[in-house]
Design a protein around this ligand. Structure first.
Ligand code: PRP
Ligand code: GLN
Ligand code: SF4
Ligand code: MG
Length: 486
């Protein structure tokens, strides 16, 4: 099976990606392309469901989009002008075929397929109640609770049932659903996870990120607003606001790490924001050095910004192999420990004798930093000053990002000085939380009403975390899988 990250389990990984097409010939092939552009968001599994006006068709598999959706006969088995697709990194429920999305069920209203990016923070509680009332779950995914809530709602129309279901959810969800009555897509009331709308001739396209619109040649229309529900059918697109309105709290980490730099997220170019983050970092934590070196890939735009602001030359002092992770082998511990060395290599000719400013976007467990640091010393670096383009990651994410448990987050265990000693760098500094908001065009963080979710930095979770509050009863979690932890 083709998967990524076999060498670095337990890291802060990506999340999930969703893609939808309404009203285009070859909707499945288009969805495969869209998912390919979203592959960085989830590499455990991929799936596409289509509707041909009468019947739903589905293909779901573990592994990457390429390899599962690149053959003509797979696409030929997915006819229809309407499609929804998903790439997955699990947050609730194990990595098994039964949890691969889109999930599908036959309801009283006909077929219902759902693709979900996010995580429902009261899924265990909802599931327990549903099971008690007779629901028979087919998966261990939080996403399946949505299907059962729609199925068991006492409202008459499918739309009202769907809204009734959404109102019972807590946490983060960008959803694309296929029904015989059309496509339903929505963002949770705080807009924690992204979702954008595009147009390709007469078709509507929905995607987690604008890069997926670009790949099929669609025009970006706008972001789906936090709390917005769109219904797309043969009469066109209708926008509804089923929730009371809140101040949006979109995920700030999309800008730091998750989204592709060529995407526009909530109106901002990810690349430009990352460059501004680097500039801000240079203002906050200057240092005398010979070269600025990024930890590729995601440290690169911030390093460009740091170099431009400080006037210190930018150099590719570390080269990343793009083939690591694309392997058929799941290695044992001994090989796993070689991981970052296989992935990154010091560009010795450049490093030898130099004072280096090393830029990465984040430190999670510290695995990357420790190995890169050793590599730079071995290559003859005179000094290494590490600058991190985000505040210390001290808390787990419960909104669709597969973070390690809190005990494994380096910054949850140590203060910055101890981290510096642990990583063995000459100096270490993180971007301030206000600096991060400044890079996003704000004056700073509005502590009274924060403009983003930034809980992994601040611990300020914007929703209730019902399942976490009840975690003392471990038998509940055993239903949903093993991976959640505080
Ligand atoms: O402290 P750690 O646990 O090592 O995790 C942090 C590292 O993980 C991410 O990179 P990753 O290698 O996943 O992907 P990238 O190539 O997109 O930067 C992130 O950009 C950091 O480099
Ligand atoms: N990372 C995600 O958005 C995952 C979606 C869903 N919670 C799942 O585990 O399948
Ligand atoms: S906790 Fe962090 S990664 Fe998770 S949604 Fe909030 S900002 Fe994003
Ligand atoms: Mg990295």
């Amino acid at each position: 099976m083709l998967t990524t990250h076999p060498f670095d389990d337990d890291k802060l990984r990506e999340e999930c990606g969703v893609f939808g097409v309404y009203g285009a010939e070859g909707a499945a092939a288009m969805t495969a392309l869209g998912l390919h552009a979203l592959q960085h968001r989830g590499q455990e599994a991929a799936g596409i469901t289509t509707f041909d006006g009468k019947t739903f068709h589905s293909h779901r598999a573990e592994g990457h989009v390429a390899g599962n959706f690149d053959s003509e006969h797979v696409i030929a088995r997915l006819p229809g002008t309407v499609a929804a697709g998903h790439v997955r990194y699990s947050t609730t429920g194990d990595t098994a075929l039964r949890n691969v999305q889109p999930l599908f069920a036959e309801l009283v209203s006909g077929g219902f397929a759902v693709a979900h990016n996010g995580n429902i923070s009261n899924a265990t509680k909802l599931r327990r109640e549903l099971v008690r009332r007779g629901s028979i779950f087919q998966s261990t995914s939080d996403t399946e609770t949505i299907i059962h809530l729609v199925a068991t709602s006492t409202y008459r129309t499918l739309l009202d049932r769907f809204i009734d279901a959404l109102k019972q959810l807590e946490g983060a969800y960008s959803l694309i659903c296929l029904t015989p009555e059309g496509m339903l897509a929505c963002r949770d009331p705080l807009g924690i996870r992204p979702l954008v709308l595009g147009r390709l001739n007469d078709a509507y396209i929905l995607a987690s990120e604008t890069v997926a619109l670009d790949v099929v040649g669609a025009t970006f229309l706008r972001s789906i607003e936090p709390g917005e529900l769109v219904v797309i059918n043969e009469r066109g697109l209708r926008s509804l606001r089923p929730f009371e309105s809140f101040r949006p709290r979109p995920c700030i980490f999309e800008h730091v790490y998750f989204s592709r730099p060529d995407s526009i997220v909530d109106g901002s170019s990810v690349y430009q924001v990352r460059k501004r983050i680097g500039q801000q970092l240079a203002i906050e934590s200057p240092i005398d050095a010979d070269i600025v070196v990024p930890v590729p890939d995601s440290g690169t735009p911030a390093a460009i910004g740091y170099a431009q602001q400080s006037g210190i030359p930018f150099e590719l002092g570390i080269i990343r192999s793009h083939y690591v992770g694309r392997t058929f082998i799941q290695p044992g511990d001994q090989i796993r420990n070689l991981g970052v060395k296989l992935k990154h290599n010091a560009n010795r000719a450049l490093i030898d004798g130099k004072r280096i400013v090393l830029i990465d976007d984040s430190i999670v467990r510290g695995t990357t930093s420790i190995k890169i640091m050793q590599m730079l010393r071995d290559a003859g670096a005179a000094e290494v000053h590490m600058r991190i383009a985000s505040p210390p990651t001290r808390h787990s994410c419960f909104y669709g990002v597969d973070t390690p448990e809190r005990a494994k987050l380096l910054a949850a265990q140590m203060d910055v000085e101890r981290m510096r000693e642990f990583i063995k760098v000459d100096s270490l500094a993180f971007l301030s939380i206000d600096g991060l908001y400044k890079a996003l065009g704000e004056e700073g963080r509005d502590d009274a009403a924060p403009q983003h979710c930034d809980a992994c930095f601040t611990g300020d979770y914007p929703t209730r975390l019902t399942d976490q509050e009840e975690i003392e009863q471990p038998d509940q979690l055993s239903m949903l899988g093993e991976r959640r932890a505080i």
